[in-house]
Design a protein around this ligand. Structure first.
Ligand SMILES: [Ca+2]
Length: 398
């Protein structure tokens, strides 16, 4: 029974990486500073500036979109395009212990165990949901990541979930790592690095936002010393992919993402599921990776999956996040909106709510915008051709 459940989880994961999302339009220039704000309309030129020291905060699985995004970052680190300070793990697709094993093991397999990994928390700030109750009241989610294990009544108590990355409930897909995570909490690692390099560190948050929100709560100077944050998460103008209201990362810990979005960052960019729904991994991309890739990364990715099922779109959510930093020319439509999330328990828990320019309100000036909510840049479309060329090039680089 257990194996069957796991089988379901794994097969869903397999469609991830190379499973969902968007489209887009214009050149972007990079300079020191923060991401500029734009009007909530398609712009011809985006003035994006980013720091090149990053921490990758992830709910990683094996050769999924998180893993491919991490490989893009390790490749860029290898060629000196950025400084990958470390990987931190969090809940979302899986629990933090599973994500930690996956990060350590995949770094080993590509020969980059020098990159620090820190295990974070998977306990949402508001506590774990009661999935049986929520199912009854709000319907069964379409996808709920690590919550599947509660959903299927695998654990009668959340404390039975895996909490030691060297003692998972079954042998990990690629085996246990020989290397170990740092003996430090993820939020502490983030905080330490941000203060070590004030104004230089960008957080790339592609799982639930729990670690980042914890750093904000425990370290009053955290946000002020960070360069900014880029999230993958949120369904802004479309129905959720977890529930009708919410995207998975924001469904997992709505309170955390609400705290993050309300913080006074120099720069906040959201890569939403709206975008992910427009961009698909086509067979041609696998074929190009097979043709050009002679490295371990290509091998890992193709070993997991190298044929597109024409009946199932292959979404690629998280891989857009490193591309925003490394190849800002992909950016087409970057909109400024005031953005928050409904963090109350209920049918709308995790729903994104945004304010755009209209006859009375202007997110650029703050006129008519709600108190306690901040402007955020939302990437609504990219230039797909530029993105895919970059994706293939960086992952197949020797
Ligand atoms: Ca993720």
């Amino acid at each position: 029974m257990r194996l069957i459940k796991k089988g379901v989880l794994i097969s869903l994961a397999a469609t991830f990486l190379f499973s969902c999302t968007a489209c887009g339009g214009s050149a972007a220039s990079v300079e020191t500073g923060s991401f500029s704000q734009t009007t909530p309309t398609k712009t011809a030129e985006q003035n994006v500036s980013v720091s090149k020291k990053v921490i990758f905060d992830t709910d990683m699985m094996y050769a999924n979109d998180d893993a491919a995004a991490m490989f893009m970052l390790t490749q860029a680190y290898e060629s000196g395009e950025l400084d990958l300070l470390g990987i931190t793990t969090v809940g979302g697709n899986v629990f933090a212990a599973n994500a930690t094993t996956a990060a350590l093991r995949q770094l080993e397999l590509i020969g980059r165990s020098d990159i620090p990994v820190c295990m974070g928390t998977d306990v949402p700030l508001g506590g774990f949901r009661d999935m049986q109750k929520e199912d009854r009241l709000y319907g069964t989610p379409d996808y709920c990541g690590a919550y599947w294990d509660f959903e299927k009544d695998q654990y009668s108590d959340p404390n039975q979930r895996p909490m030691d990355y060297m003692k998972l409930e079954s042998e990990p897909e690629y085996g246990y790592p020989k290397t170990r995570a740092l003996e430090q909490e993820a939020w502490e690692f983030m905080s330490e690095q941000v203060h070590k390099y004030p104004g230089e560190v960008t957080i790339l948050a592609v799982g639930a936002a729990t670690n980042v929100a914890t750093a904000i709560q425990k370290d009053p100077a955290f946000v002020q010393d960070a360069a900014g944050i880029i999230y993958m998460g949120g369904d802004i103008d479309v129905p959720g992919n977890a529930t009708p209201a919410a995207e998975l990362n924001w469904f997992y810990d709505p309170r955390a993402i609400k705290i993050c979005l309300a913080a006074d960052w120099k720069s906040q960019i959201v890569v939403p599921d709206d975008l992910a729904r427009q961009i698909f991994m086509e067979q041609e991309i696998y074929d190009r990776i097979r043709e050009l890739g002679k490295n371990k990364i290509s091998e890992l990715l193709l070993e997991k999956e190298d044929v597109v099922d024409p009946t199932q779109p292959k979404f690629v959510w998280d891989v857009v996040v490193p591309a925003v930093i490394l190849k800002p020319e992909i950016i087409n439509d970057l909109q400024t909106r005031y953005l928050t999330v409904d963090d109350r328990p209920g049918i709308n828990s995790g729903r994104a709510v945004s304010w755009v320019k209209n006859s009375y309100n202007n997110p650029e000036t703050g006129k008519g915008m709600p108190e306690g909510v901040r402007p955020v840049q939302i990437l609504m479309s990219i230039h797909e051709d530029i993105f895919w060329d970059f994706f293939v090039e960086i992952l197949t680089r020797e």
